[in-house]
Structures are given as structure tokens and as C-alpha cells.
Design a protein around this ligand. Structure first.
Ligand code: AMP
Length: 192
């Protein structure tokens, strides 16, 4: 099963993806985690991405598309995967469609975690405080930029998928278990 989790930064995509990974045994693919690992390793991609991520802007499409194309070709993705943080632009969504089409794969579910933005802002500020320096991109100015980036560049993928009749929305303001329950209700026993 291929699952896409959508929603603005701080909506809980990562947490939910980890839970689904455990419950369904399909691997979580977080482009944010992969890029942070690249930055930490000092690789060429990491060096390109570092300043962009620190500002809260998007890494160029061709970079993340390449990362995902390589990753989904690996053996542990054969059973399916959860995309967390990808696609983030309509160009990435189109590239994903093409990539999956070539492999004869289809997306099982696309779930948007719908949240209240002010509450989200408060939540991410809290996370930044907890994490200390762990996430350099989680301070208030950067967060504002991340939300703006989401509206300008990522939100257009919502109508892109809705027009294909593929979008399912859930209430992301429920508590963590409540959000998981809504996702599991959509996924049912498929692939578990
Ligand atoms: P995340 O952990 O998903 O919030 O991602 C952290 C940062 O990595 C983002 O603010 C972007 O700078 C970068 N990033 C992650 N995924 C993507 C993507 N699909 N396209 C472009 N940039 C991305």
C-alpha cells in the first residue's frame, strides 16, 4: 500500500507516519529526515540543502525527486511505503505519478491532516523549545516562512489530488490517538 500524508509543517505527519509504519509494517519515507541526514553527513546534496532548509524554503524539485526515486527502488519499499513530506509541489506530485506509473504502482490513499494554523504555530513553537537546537528550522521566523512556503508552493497539490478524486481529509486537531484512529479507519485492514 502506498500512502501519502499531507498537511502543513507541525500537523503531525511524522508522528502519524511512524505509527502507521509500526502498525502496517510499511516503511516511512520522510524527505525531511533524509535531507537532515544528508546535511549531517556533509554530502553534496546536504551541502546544497543546508541553507535552504535553515531558511524554511524548499529544496529544488529535482533533488528531492531524485532522492525519492532512488529510495522507492529499494527492497524494503516493495510492500508499500508512507510518504511524509513529499510531494511538496505540484511538479513533485506529477513526477511521483510518472515514477509510480512506470512501475505499474498506484497510490492507495492520500490523506490531508487538516489543522488550525494558529494552534499549529503554538504547537511548533513548543516543539522548538523542547528540541533546543535539534531542529535549526523550528524558530518562529523560520516557521512563519515554512507556513508561507506551504501556502504558496505546497497547498496547490490539495486541489491537484482532489480533482483526481483521491483526497481524503481528517481532523488533525484531535489528540494524537484520535488522529491515528481516523487514519486507521480509512486504511482499514489493507496491507496490515
Ligand atoms: P520536514 O521535516 O518535512 O518539515 O522538512 C524539513 C525541510 O526539508 C523543509 O522545510 C524543506 O526545506 C526540506 N524538504 C523536505 N521535504 C521536501 C520536499 N519534498 N521538497 C522540498 N524540500 C523539502
Amino acid at each position: 500500500m502506498i500512502l501519502i500524508l499531507l498537511g502543513p509543517p507541525g500537523c503531525g505527519k511524522g508522528t502519524q507516519a511512524q505509527r502507521i509504519q509500526q502498525a502496517y509494517g510499511i516503511v516511512q519515507l520522510s524527505t525531511g529526515d533524509m535531507l537532515r541526514a544528508a546535511v549531517a553527513s556533509g554530502s553534496e546534496i546536504g551541502q546544497r540543502a543546508k541553507a535552504i532548509m535553515a531558511r524554511g524554503d524548499l529544496v529544488p524539485d529535482e533533488v528531492v525527486i531524485g532522492i525519492i526515486a532512488d529510495r522507492i527502488a529499494e527492497a524494503d519499499c516493495a510492500k508499500g511505503f508512507i510518504l511524509d513530506g513529499f510531494p511538496r509541489t505540484v511538479a513533485q506530485a506529477r513526477a511521483l505519478d510518472a515514477m509510480l506509473g512506470q512501475k505499474g504502482l498506484t497510490i492507495g490513499h492520500i490523506i490531508e491532516i487538516v489543522v488550525d494554523e494558529q494552534a499549529l504555530f503554538d504547537r511548533i513553537e513548543g516543539r522548538a523549545a523542547e528540541a533546543g537546537e535539534a531542529r535549526a528550522d523550528d524558530n518562529a521566523d523560520v516557521l512563519r516562512n515554512r507556513l508561507k512556503t506551504y501556502h504558496d508552493q505546497t497547498a496547490p497539490i490539495i486541489p491537484y489530488y482532489r480533482d483526481k478524486g483521491m483526497l481524503e481529509q481528517i481532523d488533525g486537531m484531535a489528540d494524537i490517538d484520535g488522529v491515528t484512529a481516523q487514519i486507521e479507519a480509512i486504511l482499514g485492514d489493507s496491507g496490515r
